[in-house]
Design a protein around this ligand. Sequence first.
Ligand SMILES: Cc1ncc(COP(=O)(O)O)c(C=O)c1O
Length: 330
Amino acid sequence: MKTTDAAVLDEPKIHEPTADAVVEPAIEGRPRPTAVGIKDAKVYIDGKFYSEADAKVSVFDHGLLYGDGIFEGIRFYNGRVFRLGEHLDRLWDSARSIALEIPMTKDAMTEALLETIRQNHMRDGYVRLVVTRGIGNLGLNPTQCKWPSVIIIVAAITLYHDNLYRKGLTIVTCATRRCNPGALNPAVKSLNYLNNVMARLEANLADADEALMLNDQGNVAECTADNVFVIKRGQIVTPPVTAGALRGITRSVAFEIAEELGFKTLKADITRHDIYAADECFLTGTAAEIIPVVKADGRMIGNGKPGPITTRIIARFREMTRDTGTPIYG
Ligand SMILES: Cc1ncc(COP(=O)(O)O)c(C=O)c1O
């Protein structure tokens, strides 16, 4: 039986615009700087490469209409893609969770991603890998969408100024709670990031570098695009995935490094108190890498400077990003 939605909303039909139908665009055409910071950037969409200006998806793609899709943010350094296998595993886990069939194998995805970087002649940068549910009608039922779309965008990246890696970030707790896993599981890296965007807005309004998001229990979940770590008496702790933290790839690298350096590590619930009382605090994320936090909700963390353990972990992380990963150019 058809739902009301589907009965009312038929497949989109393409109409030639008539003179009457032409309306002024809401924003006048004006020269736009390249969004990805690369001259003559090439974007991969479903097996083909397009210039940035021609890289377009349908307005009927449910990725746009409903945030129905998944993504990964991946970094490459010195001609190698960092932790590519882990990113693809997480993408496939997200897909399974939302019952989305990625229309290619992991090997084919690896090759498409490497080729997109090659097409852009880059050795250091960021890759945004997106799989949308594909084109459907205006009803939200995903069964309308027969062909998921794969999009790969390569960009130049600097998330934070160098200064902030030396001085550390200021974070504020935001009122927006991390999505309850029973409603939308934060372990799924979905295209629906409005929860994070709302938190990010709060950080902007408070003039802070990042927003700390709590879960429904009032425990720390994560920041808007980073995992949170505290260090107390040499022990390094981060919230578990069940607290609303993404299973961050950089999070697991930070744990590997901490263990290699001989520190005790623990995944456990933490509260804001644990952040205020921490000796050190840092965030991890593919874009942010590993970055110290020196102030939370107006309280200085430790002595207000990036701590010694954090500094060692960052140094080792930089070595790993430089020397390891999937080679791009053979
Ligand atoms: C909500 C959220 N948490 C944490 C992270 C950090 O994860 P990763 O280290 O895999 O980039 C990200 C970024 O991917 C994120 O979007």
